[in-house]
Ligand binder design. Structure first.
Ligand SMILES: Cc1cc2nc3c(=O)[nH]c(=O)nc-3n(C[C@H](O)[C@H](O)[C@H](O)COP(=O)(O)O)c2cc1C
Length: 308
């Protein structure tokens, strides 16, 4: 039987062509025109703005009230989208998700390659998943050519430090998202400072209020979804091995970080970030304590199946 395999050099050329085409179609980084000019028209960032605590949106809300806005939030129909439709560009899913799932916290991830090269980059496909054990997830998107350096390092070594991002860090953090060549350290690009870790090799970010040393528990790569010329996308599950909380930002037993000190930044759609300038509270209730004072809950309680 005749072999239909390409020679390795022909395969390399085809791969290079695929990367060039993928690069041409890759429009994740949004064009912002003359950003300096746009920004000059805007008011200054108020560093001294306190975080105000207000009432909740509908303080008189009762069980069964839904959204008490006279049906305004039900007035429009929804538009159905198949994210995999042939005529649906990937970039539309990207823009939809980052604008629709917002604000997202930023996991500022420090890694080291197996040869000791340092890397520091922000990821907002990031979340804490549990506290017992303390678990985290980071999503690495595909891009033309090579995988993200952070993913490469995490896969090689199984280690990272996840650092929080406060308002005063955002210019430096945003700068680390630059597509620096492999081996160029974003610590130098950003001017942020390293602090030593205990259970993993990568450094912590000294400026961060909260840092989490962690080890990889699982990696899921989406090879069935990989496009020609694009690197593989992967989700990485990380288990914490150490916490570090900046002194003066938490209570005495380090069980609560002060929001005024954390000043977290959320990533929004496009190139927007948001700050928290106002909060409100809603207590969480227990069914047995609430039933006696609510007609609706009393009725619902009477319908519960008799389970042993
Ligand atoms: C705030 C912010 C959040 C980001 N979130 C992600 C993300 O969740 N996943 C991802 O793959 N890239 C994300 N990026 C882009 C990466 O930071 C960027 O590709 C970076 O160059 C990767 O660096 P590395 O190759 O050194 O790992 C984000 C960029 C910014 C500025």
């Amino acid at each position: 039987m005749q072999s239909i395999r390409m020679s390795s050099s022909a395969a390399a050329v085809a791969e290079k062509d695929d990367v060039a085409v993928a690069q041409n179609n890759y429009k994740i980084i949004q064009e912002v025109g003359n950003f300096e000019e746009t920004q000059a028209q805007r008011p200054d960032f108020d560093h001294s703005e306190p975080i105000e605590v207000t009432k909740s949106p509908f303080p008189q809300w009762k069980y069964g009230d839904g959204v008490p806005d006279n049906g305004a939030s039900l007035a429009q129909q929804h538009h159905e989208i198949d994210p995999y439709a042939a005529d649906r560009p990937m970039i539309n899913n990207y823009r939809l998700l980052v604008s629709g799932i917002a604000p997202r916290p930023i996991g500022f991830v420090s890694t080291v390659s197996s040869e000791g090269q340092k890397n520091l980059s922000p990821f907002s496909y990031f979340q804490v998943l549990d506290h017992d054990p303390p678990m985290f997830i980071v999503g690495f998107s595909s891009r033309p050519g090579r995988v993200k350096d952070t993913y490469r390092n995490i896969k090689e070594t199984g280690e990272c430090v996840i650092n929080t991002v406060s308002e005063n860090m955002i210019e430096a953090v945003n700068a680390t998202s630059i597509d620096a060549p492999y081996g160029v350290s974003e610590w130098d690009v950003s001017g942020l400072h390293e602090a030593p870790s205990t259970t993993v090799k990568p450094s912590r970010v000294a400026e961060s209020v909260f840092s989490i040393e962690g080890k990889v528990v699982d990696i899921k790569e989406f090879s069935d979804h990989q496009q020609p010329g694009m690197s593989i996308a992967a989700n990485v599950l990380i288990k914490a091995t150490r916490f570090w909380v900046k002194e003066g930002t938490a209570n005495a037993d380090y069980s609560h970080i002060d929001l005024e000190k954390l000043r977290p930044i959320g990533q929004l759609g496009g190139v927007s970030y948001g700050r928290i300038s106002s909060t409100f509270e809603r207590p969480r209730k227990k069914w047995d304590q609430e039933v006696p004072s609510s007609e609706l809950l009393t009725k619902l309680d009477a319908t519960k199946p008799n389970v042993k």
